[in-house]
Design a protein around this ligand. Structure first.
Ligand SMILES: C[S@@+](CC[C@H](N)C(=O)[O-])C[C@H]1O[C@@H](n2cnc3c(N)ncnc32)[C@H](O)[C@@H]1O
Length: 286
């Protein structure tokens, strides 16, 4: 585990942000968002972890006009989820399913190996429904498959939400979550194309989670880029907190994340990293 060590970089960022007037800050953010881009295509087989109200999955389905490659999961059970996000999750889930996407509850992003069977079953059932044949990830036709891989495994704003007051313990708990995701996502990442995307807020305490260092420590992921996350690129996406949503109390319309300059860390399996994307990483790295 990487302990929260030097915070020099974060203090520099904080100082920089404090020095900027609000107008300048807006300009700074606008400039920064020019580098944001949609990271997903309809042909990518995408596994979404830790969905809140399922609005991100539903935004992807809307964007693609199809959800057949969208596999959306929540950590919460269906009952808990529907209590926490009673305002809108049911509509989003219905939309994802209506587009042909898949929805799973109770999926622990740190124990994906354990859930492989569930995913395989869904995959093979779908294959059966499609007249018994499916093009597997390697391009050949098989009735059934013993493997399932994703091109993009995505978690937006992972947070264990334990409400730990002690900042150090809180950081460690979230680092444990991230390390678990980095470790377990490897088993479901496509050996050739697999990427893991982790989006988090900037500033403190998030910088102290040290996502990039945790990935290095895990050893199989290589950071290929780190780009600003612009929620406006995903119409209909509304960020939710781990604890749930309460109208009039919780912030809506992504106000909370927009203020925190979120960014997406893109990791590829080290075995697939070419000198070309290493070069790209040098230009993008934070
Ligand atoms: C701040 S919320 C973000 C929700 C959603 N991704 C969004 O962008 O609105 C953090 C999410 O991380 C999820 N989470 C916590 N522990 C997890 C785990 N072990 N595996 C998968 N998700 C987890 C929570 O259930 C919660 O939905």
């Amino acid at each position: 585990m990487i302990l929260p060590g030097s915070i020099r970089g974060n203090l520099t960022l904080k100082k920089k942000l404090n020095q900027l007037s609000e107008a300048k800050l807006k300009g700074y953010n606008k400039e920064r968002l020019k580098h944001s881009k949609v990271l997903y295509e309809a042909s990518d087989k995408i596994l979404l972890l830790g969905e809140g109200n399922f609005s991100f999955s539903s935004a992807l389905c809307k964007m693609f006009g199809n959800g057949s490659n969208v596999w959306a999961t929540s950590y919460d059970s269906e009952d808990v989820l529907k209590q926490k996000y009673s305002d809108d999750c049911a509509n989003h889930i219905e939309f994802v399913k209506g587009c042909g996407g898949k929805v799973f509850y109770g999926i622990d992003g740190t124990k994906l190996e354990k859930h492989r069977k569930t995913f395989l079953l869904a995959h093979n059932n779908e294959a059966k429904e499609q007249e018994g044949f499916v093009q597997n990830s390697f391009g050949s036709n098989f009735r059934n498959t013993n493997e399932i891989f994703f091109d993009k495994i995505v978690i937006n704003f992972p947070h264990c939400g334990l409400g730990i007051k002690d900042q150090r313990k809180n950081i460690l708990a979230n680092q444990k979550l991230l390390s678990g995701i980095l470790k377990s996502a490897r088993s479901l990442a496509h050996p050739k194309t697999g990427q893991l995307h982790i989006t988090i807020k900037s500033g403190l305490p998030y910088e102290l989670w040290r996502v990039a260092a945790l990935a290095k420590e895990e050893g199989h992921w290589h950071q290929t880029s780190c780009i600003p996350f612009n929620p406006n690129l995903y119409p209909g996406y509304e960020h939710r907190r781990t604890l749930g949503f309460e109208a009039g109390i919780s912030s809506s319309q992504n106000v909370e994340i927009k203020e925190k300059y979120p960014k997406t860390y893109v990791f590829s399996l080290s075995s697939n990293v070419t000198s070309k994307n290493t070069e790209a990483a040098k230009n993008n790295k934070e």
